[in-house]
Design a protein around this ligand. Structure first.
Ligand code: G1P
Length: 260
């Protein structure tokens, strides 16, 4: 079995919900205390063993690239003034991992963003971390997902338990529940709460296998609104192969929500 060494972070979304904050600042650069959300995701990927991080960006997302680049003037100034702690923090950022940027020219869905990494991923399993969720736990969510992938050889979807009123905001998984793991028999994208008994909701962290690209291309061939959705690819994929949901351990911060 191939190891998971690549991580895709889709970061092209416009962040409309957070306007005016996102007019000039990418939502991925919102700080949690003194670190942007994007840095948490990159650190999560590295701690889980990823060597190549592929960030899918778009127009007005330059701040993400600058954050992981060098800043010689700042570094010199910190060095001259003896602020070595800060200097280390700043310099570490450009040495963290091999970060590659791919641009998504139009907002054509989360599936389109992932499809744009096809030629970089090629035939390997890969981690996907969306901006929406930060999970605080000693064993990170990415590590939990990769462990489950190594046990099953199948795509793994991170899940959380939600209340009935939240069901219609999420992809929901039906299936056979075994402890923290759901063997998926049905993927429902944002169903009404009376359409499913499931409370197992999909969040924005996955280990995907490279055959996902075939399903995304298929979804692209019959999109009704120009968007390609990862959820549609999952719905198709689940008919042909095993997919598992894993209820991840840890405290979840939902960056998608203002209170989160
Ligand atoms: C997307 C997915 C959905 C998932 C959700 C949570 O929806 O389509 O299946 O449950 O993310 O991160 P979005 O919230 O982007 O509309």
């Amino acid at each position: 079995m191939k190891k998971v060494t690549k991580c895709v972070i889709p970061a092209a979304g416009m962040g409309t919900r957070f306007l005016p904050a996102t007019k000039a600042l990418p939502k991925e650069m919102f700080p949690i205390v003194d670190k942007p959300v994007m840095q948490y995701l990159v650190e999560e990927a590295i701690a889980a063993g990823c060597e190549d991080i592929i960030i899918v960006t778009g127009r007005s997302k330059r701040a993400i690239e600058d954050h992981f680049d060098s800043n010689p003037e700042l570094e010199q100034r910190l060095d001259d003034s003896g602020k070595f702690d800060y200097l280390r923090k700043v310099k570490n950022l450009n040495e963290m991992a091999n970060i590659v940027y791919v641009r998504q020219p139009y907002p054509k869905g989360d599936g389109d963003a992932i499809l744009r990494t096809k030629n970089l991923i090629w035939d390997e399993p890969f981690l996907v971390l969306f901006w929406d969720d930060i999970i605080d736990n000693e064993i990170t969510a990415a590590q939990q997902l990769i462990k489950k992938y190594e046990e099953t050889g199948s795509p793994i979807i991170a899940t959380v338990w939600v209340s009935e009123s939240e069901v219609s905001s999420y992809g929901m998984l039906e299936g056979e529940l075994d402890g923290d793991t759901t063997k998926v028999t049905k993927f429902l994208e944002k169903p009404k709460s009376h359409e499913t008994d499931s409370r197992t909701a999909v969040i924005g962290k996955y280990v995907l296998t490279p055959d996902i690209f075939d399903y995304l291309e298929n979804a692209a061939s019959h999109t009704w609104d120009g968007e390609i959705r990862l959820a549609d690819a999952f719905i198709d994929m689940q008919k042909n192969r095993d997919i598992y949901g894993l209820e991840v351990q840890g405290v979840r911060y939902d960056t998608w929500a203002k209170t989160g």
